[in-house]
Design a protein around this ligand. Structure first.
Ligand code: ADP
Ligand code: GLC
Length: 485
């Protein structure tokens, strides 16, 4: 089958979070299963340095009409990697920027236009470069593809048979814009109703995708249930309940070619379940990277690597911050995003240099070093559709301490010291007290060296490779293609 992937992020070209890891890793796995996969990405400023070989256009210019003007997009042929064909949408006035969505975790005001153009141009490009059996679109940025396909392009003889799968990586971001977006994107006003694109008087990209896609998937079983409830549905729960027969939860895999301490090129030393000794060198290297060489060998290190957004639960960390620095523990955090969390971490590190180290930026190499050098890894998320860092942590022997939500709940099993089973520590309710007791359980367990080793090895033995999820996606594509025929 031919599948077109449409998404706003994909490693190695453009990344702000886990979406990029997924869109980078799933297509090659589908190719291994015998499918043909084409990925369309916006040509952001940072993409060009990853394009190998000679720069050539697959399509010189596509015209995308808006209400009062036209825009023009070229399609650059990024060539094939691991059997996957990459195309980049070249529209410099919209995409030639360093930030993908906006400055400092914010939004560019014309994101409706940027991703509206992207969606429509993917369909136009596919008509020239190959119409797939399935458009697999990801998150709100690509969610208008199914909408255009079933409305503006409904009578198109080439596109008509294509099926659509929308994967929700994060229901917290929906692409809300003012009502006139409807006509700016040349949709008829009768699409702007509560059963279609309207959501409380805004034009909602994601909602359109939920209504018009053949099948909806999300990135863990638990989150597939959660988003159908008012607590997690981000006001789309009733739409999702209405489509519950078509909602599937498929847990993300991780790319062990990039995230395995036995082969990881970013580390000072390699280690594996058979020989853990390299982890000590990784710890030294990590402490050095944070200027925290004073931290003694018996002190556990808690690592954090994250976008700083409300989703990630750092307001709970803020509440327990004074208590945590009284424990014998070092916290090393890497992240960037909303100014309020950047400020909290900066201030915390400033006042507690003995225990807390923080680096405010995006740094892939340091992210690997944190996984490898930490004893524990903290993810107290308010919600977490899947979460990849806790899965990386398992492999690196950094024991996850997580809130039991979404993919965190599906992937982490509470440690049972008596039976020697489990992989981490979880807390349920979203409370500072819950977080503190989970960390205290972890700190207590850390004192028992042989138990801790068992716990690390349990996690390192878990396998979350893409093989199984890729088969599950292939089954979904088959189901959709069957319906369309
Ligand atoms: P989300 O997609 O919600 O941000 P995930 O856990 O699925 O959460 O994925 C986050 C990905 O982004 C991981 O690969 C993680 O290593 C990476 N990441 C997040 N923040 C940073 C940062 N500041 N520097 C380097 N990598 C980061
Ligand atoms: C989103 C979610 C995260 C998930 C990632 C990849 O950004 O926040 O939980 O792992 O997408 O699916």
């Amino acid at each position: 089958m031919h599948i077109v992937f449409a998404a706003s992020e994909c490693v190695p070209f453009a990344k702000t979070g886990g979406l990029a890891d997924v869109v980078g890793a799933l297509p090659p796995e589908l190719v291994k299963l015998g499918h043909e996969v084409t990925v369309y990405l916006p040509l952001y400023a940072g993409v060009e340095r990853h394009i190998e070989g000679e720069w050539k256009y697959a399509i010189r210019s596509i015209t995308i009409p808006f209400e009062y003007y036209n825009r023009f997009a070229g399609i650059v042929d990024g060539g094939k990697r691991a059997g996957v064909q990459y195309y980049f949408m070249d529209c410099p006035e919209l995409f030639d920027r360093e930030e993908l969505y906006g400055p400092k975790g914010g939004e560019f005001p014309n994101n409706w236009e940027r991703f509206g153009l992207y969606c429509r141009a993917v369909l136009e490009a596919a008509k020239l470069l190959g119409v797939p059996e399935i458009f697999h679109v990801h998150d709100w940025q690509a969610a208008l593809i199914p909408v255009y396909l079933r409305t503006t392009y409904a009578a198109d003889p080439q596109l008509g048979r294509a099926g659509t799968v929308l994967t929700i990586h994060n229901a917290g971001y929906q692409g809300w814009f003012p009502p006139p977006t409807t006509e700016r994107l040349l949709f008829p006003w009768d699409l702007f109703t509560m059963d279609k694109l309207e959501q409380f008087d805004t034009f909602n990209f994601l909602k359109g995708g939920l209504i018009y896609s053949d099948i909806l998937t999300t990135v863990s079983r638990k989150y597939a249930e959660e988003i159908q409830t008012p607590e997690f549905g981000e006001k789309l729960d009733s739409v999702l309940r209405g489509r519950s027969a078509d909602v599937r939860g498929i847990l993300n895999g991780v790319d062990y070619a990039k995230w395995d301490p036995a082969t990881d090129k970013h580390l000072a030393a390699r280690f594996s379940p058979e020989d853990l000794s390299g982890k000590a060198a990784c710890r030294e290297d990590l402490l050095h990277a944070f200027g925290m060489e004073h931290v003694g060998p018996a002190t556990p290190i808690i690592g954090i690597v994250s976008r700083f957004a409300a989703q990630k639960g750092f307001d709970l960390v803020e509440q327990i911050a004074p208590l945590l620095v009284d424990r014998d523990v070092a916290v090393l955090a890497l992240g960037s995003g909303e100014p309020r969390y950047e400020k909290f971490f900066r201030d915390w590190a400033f006042w507690h240099k003995a225990n807390v180290g923080v680096q405010i930026r995006y740094d892939d190499s340091l992210a690997h070093k944190i996984e490898a050098g930490s004893d524990m890894f903290l993810m107290p998320s308010r919600y977490e559709p899947c979460g990849l860092n806790q899965i990386y942590s398992l492999k690196y022997g950094a024991v996850p301490v997580v809130r039991a939500t979404g993919g965190l709940d599906d992937t982490i099993e509470e440690w049972d010291a008596e039976k020697g089973t489990g992989t981490g520590f979880k807390f349920g309710g979203y409370s500072a007290a819950g977080l503190m007791t989970a960390i205290d359980r972890a700190l207590a367990a850390f004192q028992d060296k042989s138990g801790w080793k068992r716990l690390m090895l349990n996690g390192m033995a878990r396998n979350y490779s893409w093989e199984q999820p890729a088969r599950e996606y292939a089954a979904v594509y088959k189901e959709v293609a069957g319906r369309r025929n």
